[in-house]
Design a binder for this molecule. Structure first.
Ligand code: CA
Ligand code: CA
Length: 170
């Protein structure tokens, strides 16, 4: 049972990255995620926050491809994700945090309406909604992110939780 639960969790992580659901993780999925955040917060692609989001998404894609795209076809198959990405990210969660950080930094800047350096719980739910995370799971995740319940979710919380979520302990 433990291994099937593990496989189910891996499948959920893959689905989160595969934003368009075509069975591969590729550059389009990352730019789609950036675009969805812009749309959710009513920002233009050409504004500074929009540019930062697209640049962060591209860096995240390049980092993931470097780790997982073993056959170099510019897409990460489910096998490459399970066999390469998951194991290597689990062995090195700091590396994952590094490749994800510019994107997460830009997402936080886009979501942080009052510019105080942190997102509110509601803003974080909107980010997760943009990434197609179901509302109930998003609310649970935000509750866990805001461990001290002060209603503010800052970059270190987001990077750490994101790395923990995607590095899936066995
Ligand atoms: Ca895809
Ligand atoms: Ca590949």
């Amino acid at each position: 049972m433990a291994s099937s639960d593990y496989e189910r969790r891996i499948a959920a992580r893959f689905a989160t990255f595969d934003q368009d659901g075509n069975g591969y993780i590729d550059r389009e999925d990352f730019s789609a995620a950036a675009k969805a955040v812009l749309a959710e917060f009513g920002l233009a692609a050409r504004c500074d926050k929009g540019q930062a989001l697209y640049a962060g998404a591209e860096a995240f894609w390049q980092g993931m491809a470097g780790i997982a795209d073993r056959d170099g076809d510019q897409r990460i198959s489910r096998d490459e994700f399970v066999g390469g990405a998951v194991k290597r990210l689990r062995d090195n969660p700091d590396r994952f945090a590094e490749i994800a950080r510019p994107f997460l930094h830009a997402v936080l800047a886009a979501a942080d309406g009052d510019g105080d350096g942190a997102a509110t719980a509601e803003e974080t739910v909107r980010v997760l909604r943009a990434f197609r995370v179901p509302e109930d799971i998003a609310r649970l995740a935000v509750g866990a992110l805001d461990a001290d319940q002060d209603g503010r979710i800052a970059e270190p919380d987001i990077v750490d939780s994101f790395a923990r979520y995607f590095t899936v302990p066995e």
